[in-house]
Design a protein around this ligand. Structure first.
Ligand SMILES: Cc1cc2nc3c(=O)[nH]c(=O)nc-3n(C[C@H](O)[C@H](O)[C@H](O)COP(=O)(O)OP(=O)(O)OC[C@H]3O[C@@H](n4cnc5c(N)ncnc54)[C@H](O)[C@@H]3O)c2cc1C
Length: 195
């Protein structure tokens, strides 16, 4: 589903909170929505007691994370690690997997390696659980077929697809030169801070 059609579904529903994304079944889509926009449907089947208990558990976990000196700044913005991912966590994990896999893809892949990479990429628009994300990717792949010729081309191809999402979300574009991509996803910066 495109973002346009999900927002028109939202308009039809009228009462959908801002940022909440509807799924193809016309119901709020949890994996398509950021946690900060997620409001469980009013008719959720959990009892009040259950939800109070889980809220308390979540608050306790967040408080524990906040108190920990090892907590990263972003950890307090999200739910505890044991919660299912939202659209942002799933996106970060997926991009990490895809960019890293591209960074380690051979310079000269065998025909079998190329076929396997194509199969992996072509599965995304079909299987990626955020349906409007999957749909956008499928559309752009028609215009920009995957480049599986080698790690430089593949790394750039993923970078460009990621930049299209960044642009849609109003985020900065990434420099898709292989130097910058390798620094981020393979070698780390030259100052050795990631060694
Ligand atoms: C296929 C796909 C489609 C998606 N579509 C949508 C969508 O339609 N709507 C939506 O709300 N979310 C979508 N997402 C999720 C979205 O892209 C982000 O992952 C999410 O918003 C979290 O963003 P972030 O700012 O934490 O960093 P991310 O965008 O997840 O990036 C993670 C890290 O990658 C690096 N990076 C950033 N851009 C690039 C690049 N171009 N090339 C290489 N490295 C880069 C940066 O260091 C960044 O910190 C999609 C994710 C995927 C995998």
């Amino acid at each position: 589903m495109s973002e346009a059609s999900s927002s028109s579904s939202r308009e039809k529903q009228g009462s959908i909170p801002p940022g909440m994304v509807m799924g193809p079944d016309g119901k709020p889509c949890k994996i398509c929505t950021a946690f900060r926009h997620w409001k469980p449907p009013a008719n959720a089947s959990k009892s009040t007691a259950q939800s109070q208990k889980s809220s308390a558990t979540v608050m306790a976990a967040i408080a524990a994370e906040t108190a920990s000196s090892k907590t990263s700044p972003s950890a307090t913005d999200t739910r505890p690690d044991y919660c299912p991912p939202d659209v942002e966590q799933l996106g970060r994990a997926t991009w990490t997997f895809l960019h890293t896999t591209a960074a380690y893809y051979p310079e000269k892949p065998t025909p079998t390696q190329r076929v396997n990479m194509l199969t992996l990429i072509r599965a995304l628009p079909v299987l990626y659980p955020c349906t409007h994300c999957a749909s956008h990717l499928g559309e752009t792949m028609k215009e920009h077929p995957p480049d599986v010729s080698g790690r430089v081309g593949l790394s750039r191809w993923f970078c460009e697809r990621h930049n299209e999402v960044n642009e849609r979300l109003g985020k900065e574009k990434f420099d898709c030169s292989i130097q910058k991509l390798d620094e981020r996803w393979k070698d780390g910066p030259s100052d050795g801070s990631c060694d």
